[in-house]
Design a protein around this ligand. Structure first.
Ligand code: ATP
Ligand code: MG
Length: 587
C-alpha cells in the first residue's frame, strides 16, 4: 500500500460553518463524560431514557415541528415526520406494548425494511422500557429463529409479507414469542396469528409517560455482523445515549439545521446508533431511504434534499467508484459539508477518488457493535491521512497492546508497531454483555483493557492505521501480512474494483497470500490481466507480501452490512465448511 498519499489538509479559511471540534488536543483536554451527560435532559431521580432524549424532550420544545425523519419510499413517496409526530407515534406504540402486557426489560424484535413503522416501534419500545432488537429484513428463517431464540423475543414487529415468507414456518419453535404485529397494506388482512400494526396503533391511547429507566437498564440488543463467525448479541444500556449524542456532535459534526443521511440499515448497529438515535438526540433532520443502493438515486437524494452530513460505508463508496466517474457529473453534491464512512477499512484509493470525483473529503471512522458508538475518527478539523482511521474520541483512551504469554497484556508505546487495538473500559456505550455468552464477554477484557480483536498501529502523530482483523492476518514466511495493505495496493490498479485477500496454507511458507479480485466495468478477466496484477502488486509490495495467486470473481462475498467475508473466501478456496452464513448477502 502506498503510504505517501497526499494528506487532505484542512484550511480554516474554507469553513463557512466552524467545526464543533476545532482543536483535537484542546477538545481532548477539556472533555469529560459528566459534561457530555449534562447536554442531555435526563428524567427525575437520575433516570435516563434514550427515547426521551431522542424525541420526548424535543416534542415539547422549540423543535416540535421540525422534521425528524424525511422518509423516501421505494416507489417515490416522500413523507416528513416531525419530532412531535414521531413522539406521538412512539407513545402509541408504547401503549400497544402496555396493552399486550409486555413487561419492562422484555425484548421487542423488528424484522422490516426501512419503513416509518420501524422507527416508531424502536422509539416506542425504548420509551416503554423494553429492549429493542432490530434484524435485517433480508434474513432467512433460520437466522431469524436463532436471534429470537437467543434474545428470547417476546414481541416481533414485521410486515405481513415477511411474516408469511419467513416467520410463520418457525413460529411453533418460538414459544416465548407471544405477539407478532404486522404492517399490512390498506385493505389487506394481517396473517393468521398476528395483529395488524396499524389497527393496534389506532386503537392505542395517545399519551405515554416515558419509563424512568435507570442508566444501566438494558435498552438495545445488537447482533454483530458475523464477519468472523456466528454473530454475537451485544447488550447496550440507556446510558449509551450519552455516547451516541456526543459522537454525533464531535465525530459527525452535527449542527443545528443539518440534514443528515446515514445509509446504514438499522439491522446493524450503525443504522441504529446513527440512523436513529444520534441525529434525533441532536435535534436534526435525518433522511431515511427505503430503497437499496443505486448510484443515481443516491446522488439525486443528496442533491434534492440538500444533505449536509453523509455517513456511509466503504463498500458503498467502492460501489460508487465501480459505477464510474461519469455518473456523478450531472449532480450537485455541494450541500455536503461533512462526509464520513465506517465498517471496513477505507482504502486510500477511495479517499483519493472522493476528493477528485465527489469533491468531498471522506472521513473514516472506526467502531464496533461492542463499542456502541464511534471510537476513532478523522474529525472534521483534522487533516486526513488517507488510509488511517483517525484518532480516539475525546474521553476514550485507546492503545496498541501486545498479548505477552508471560506478562499478559502490555501496552506498546512505540509508534508504528503493529498490535491489537485496545480501549480503556468505561465509555457509556460499551457493551455490557454478549447475551448468553458470559465467558466470551469476560475474555474480551484483560490487563485493564477491552481488546477489540482488530490489529492496528499508531503513527508518531497519534493517527491509528488498521492492519486487519486478528483472525484475518496472514503469516507468510516469517512476515505478518495484513490483508488491508494488499487489498489497497491492488485497488490502486485501474481495473480493480474490489479485492479480498486471504492466507492459503503452504508447506514451505506457512501461508501464501492469495487475492480475489472483482473488476470495474469495462475490464475483462483475462490471463494477461492476471499477470499484470501479480506484477503490479509485486512491484508495490515486494515479493514477501504480494499475492502469489489471484482469482477473478464477479463479486466478493460480503455481509449484509457490507463487509468482505474473507473467512468465506478461505473456506471456499480450501473446500472447508462455510460456517455461519446467516448474514451473507445473497442478492
Ligand atoms: P463479527 O464480530 O460477528 O465477526 P463484525 O466484527 O464485522 O462481525 P461489526 O461490529 O459490525 O461486526 O463490525 C466491527 C468491525 O468492523 C471492526 O471490529 C473492524 O474489524 C471493522 N471496521 C469497522 N470500521 C472500520 C474502519 N474504519 N476501518 C477498518 N475496519 C473497520
Ligand atoms: Mg466483531
Amino acid at each position: 500500500m502506498r503510504t505517501d498519499w497526499p494528506p487532505i489538509v484542512k484550511d480554516p479559511r474554507e469553513w463557512t460553518v466552524a467545526p464543533n471540534l476545532v482543536s483535537y488536543d484542546a477538545a481532548r483536554a477539556a472533555f469529560s463524560w459528566e459534561a457530555a451527560r449534562a447536554e442531555l435532559d435526563g428524567l427525575p431521580g437520575g433516570a435516563l431514557n434514550i427515547a426521551h432524549e431522542a424525541v420526548g424532550r424535543h416534542a415539547r420544545g422549540p423543535l416540535r415541528d421540525r422534521t425528524a425523519i424525511l422518509w423516501l419510499g421505494k416507489s417515490g413517496e416522500r413523507r416528513e415526520i416531525s419530532y412531535h409526530e414521531l413522539d406521538d407515534l412512539s407513545s402509541r406504540f408504547a401503549n400497544v406494548l402496555a396493552g399486550l402486557g409486555v413487561e419492562r426489560g422484555e425484548r421487542v424484535f423488528a424484522l422490516a425494511g426501512r419503513i416509518p413503522e420501524l422507527y416508531a416501534a424502536a422509539l416506542g419500545t425504548l420509551k416503554y422500557g423494553a429492549v429493542f432488537c432490530p434484524m435485517f429484513s433480508a434474513f432467512g428463517p433460520e437466522p431469524i429463529r436463532q436471534r429470537l431464540g437467543i434474545g428470547d423475543g417476546r414481541v416481533l414487529v414485521t410486515t405481513g409479507t415477511l411474516y408469511e415468507r419467513k416467520v410463520a414456518g418457525i413460529r411453533d419453535s418460538l414459544p416465548g414469542l407471544r405477539h407478532v404485529l404486522t404492517v399490512n397494506g390498506e385493505g389487506v388482512d394481517s396473517p393468521a396469528g398476528t395483529l395488524d400494526f396499524g389497527q393496534a396503533m389506532a386503537a392505542a391511547p395517545a399519551g405515554f409517560e416515558t419509563a424512568h429507566t435507570r442508566p444501566e437498564d438494558m435498552a438495545l440488543l445488537h447482533f454483530t455482523s458475523g464477519t468472523t463467525g456466528k454473530p454475537k448479541g451485544a447488550v447496550h444500556v440507556h446510558e449509551a445515549v450519552v455516547a451516541h449524542h456526543i459522537t454525533g456532535k464531535l465525530a459527525l459534526d452535527f449542527h443545528d439545521g443539518d440534514v443528515f443521511w446515514c445509509t446504514a440499515d438499522p439491522g446493524w448497529v450503525t443504522g441504529t446508533s446513527y440512523g436513529i438515535i444520534s441525529p434525533l438526540t441532536n435535534g436534526i433532520t435525518m433522511v431515511v431511504d427505503e430503497a437499496e443502493f443505486d448510484a443515481d438515486r443516491w446522488y439525486g437524494i443528496i442533491q434534492r434534499e440538500r444533505v449536509t452530513v453523509w455517513y456511509t460505508a466503504p463498500t458503498a463508496v467502492r460501489m460508487l467508484m465501480k459505477v464510474g466517474d461519469e455518473a456523478v457529473r450531472d449532480y450537485d453534491l455541494s450541500s455536503v459539508r461533512f462526509m464520513s464512512s465506517v465498517g471496513e477499512p477505507l482504502n486510500p484509493e477511495a479517499v483519493d477518488w472522493g476528493r477528485r470525483v465527489l469533491r468531498l473529503a471522506i472521513h473514516d471512522n472506526w467502531w464496533q457493535t461492542e463499542t456502541g458508538g464511534i471510537m476513532l475518527a478523522n474529525f472534521r478539523s483534522m487533516d486526513i491521512r488517507p488510509g488511517s482511521m483517525g484518532k480516539p474520541l475525546p474521553g476514550v483512551d485507546a492503545a496498541i497492546v501486545a498479548r505477552d504469554p508471560g506478562a499478559g497484556v502490555v501496552e506498546v508505546t512505540d509508534a508504528d508497531v503493529e498490535g491489537e487495538l485496545a480501549l480503556r473500559p468505561g465509555w457509556p456505550s460499551m457493551f455490557r454483555a454478549y447475551l448468553g455468552e458470559d465467558e466470551r464477554y469476560r475474555k474480551c477484557f484483560a490487563g485493564g483493557w477491552y481488546l477489540t480483536g482488530d490489529l492496528a498501529r499508531r503513527d508518531a502523530a497519534g493517527y491509528y492505521w488498521f492492519v486487519g482483523r486478528g483472525d484475518d492476518v496472514i503469516k507468510s514466511a516469517g512476515h505478518l501480512v495484513g490483508p488491508f495493505e494488499v487489498e489497497s495496493s491492488l485497488m490502486e490498479h485501474p481495473a480493480v474494483a474490489e479485492a479480498g485477500v486471504i492466507g492459503k496454507p503452504d508447506p514451505v511458507a506457512g501461508e501464501v497470500v492469495k487475492a480475489f479480485v472483482s473488476l470495474k466495468s469495462g475490464f475483462e478477466a483475462t490471463e494477461p490481466l492476471r499477470k499484470e496484477l501479480l506484477g503490479f502488486a509485486r512491484q508495490r509490495l515486494g515479493p514477501a507480501v504480494a499475492p502469489r495467486e489471484i482469482d477473478f470473481l464477479d463479486t466478493l462475498p460480503r455481509t449484509r452490512s457490507g463487509k468482505i467475508m474473507r473467512r468465506l473466501l478461505k473456506a471456499r478456496e480450501l473446500g472447508l465448511p462455510e460456517g455461519d452464513t446467516s448474514t451473507l448477502e445473497t442478492t
